[in-house]
Design a protein around this ligand. Structure first.
Ligand code: PEP
Length: 243
């Protein structure tokens, strides 16, 4: 099963118009499509997709590390689950930039599992780290702090490799780099958790770059920002995953 995930971030999307133009008929059933709208649109989106596009799952762009209580402004995993959410992004670089630290991300992963949500853990180096040859160090650090303390992991998890310099830049990483990092992540997770997981890539994926990126062994899907706002473009990315 491959995954194609849309992160709509804080963009206005006309749900009905988007769904009307998103043609699932041409997309293989072997691809799980997940849409992450803003929190306010989740309920409407869930109700509409139940009627028109049952194969689409809903994801949240984040969740609280707490399950319930006096946490002003937070949205719990249980609340998300109650309105039809099945997945949640955790540790997106844009959330980390706003002050989310490693311990919080670890707690969010734990909470996601507890609430029966499938987490999509985002990791990746920034431009400075990449140019100094510190990609491996950064990936090891993030996996060690965010994921490896969760021993006996029996639930589903997706790991999205998202190099920060590729996000929103219009330039996806080279396949050689993606291959190297994909092997690194797989080896580290196998050694430290011995568990199965799905590895996906995110960072300027569009219908053009997807054709090439989909050739990388071990990459089982994409997390897509900008290009997912256009339903036809997003559907074309799915076609690359079928290769
Ligand atoms: C993202 O923000 O996770 C992302 C992949 O964005 P974009 O596709 O716009 O680079």
């Amino acid at each position: 099963m491959k995954h194609l995930i849309a992160n709509w971030k804080m963009n206005f999307v006309n749900l009905d118009a988007w769904l009307k133009d998103f043609d699932l008929n041409n997309i293989s059933e072997e691809i799980q499509v997940v849409i992450c709208p803003n929190y306010l649109d989740i309920k409407d989106f869930y109700k509409t997709t139940l009627k028109t596009h049952q194969q689409i799952s809903i994801g949240a762009q984040n969740l609280s590390s707490e399950t319930e209580g006096a946490f002003t402004c937070q949205i719990s995993g249980k609340m998300l689950k109650n309105i039809g959410v099945s997945y949640s992004i955790v540790g997106h670089s844009e959330s980390r930039l706003q002050g989310e630290d490693d311990e919080t991300i670890l707690n969010k992963l734990q909470t996601a599992f507890h609430c029966d949500l499938i987490p999509i853990l985002c990791i990746g180096e920034d431009q400075h780290e990449y140019s100094k040859g510190r990609t491996e160090k950064k990936i090891k650090h993030q996996l060690t702090e965010n994921l490896f303390p969760l021993q006996n992991l029996s639930n589903n998890i997706l790991i999205a490799y998202e190099p920060i310099y590729a996000i929103g830049s219009g330039i996806a990483v080279q396949n050689e780099h993606l291959e190297e990092v994909s092997l690194l992540i797989k080896d580290l997770v196998r050694e430290n958790l011995g568990t199965d997981f799905t590895l996906i890539y995110g960072g300027s994926v569009n219908s053009e770059s997807a054709k090439n990126l989909a050739k990388v062994d071990g990459i089982d899907g994409f997390l897509v920002g900008n290009a997912s706002l256009d339903p036809k473009e997003f559907a074309n990315i799915a076609l690359s995953l079928e290769q």
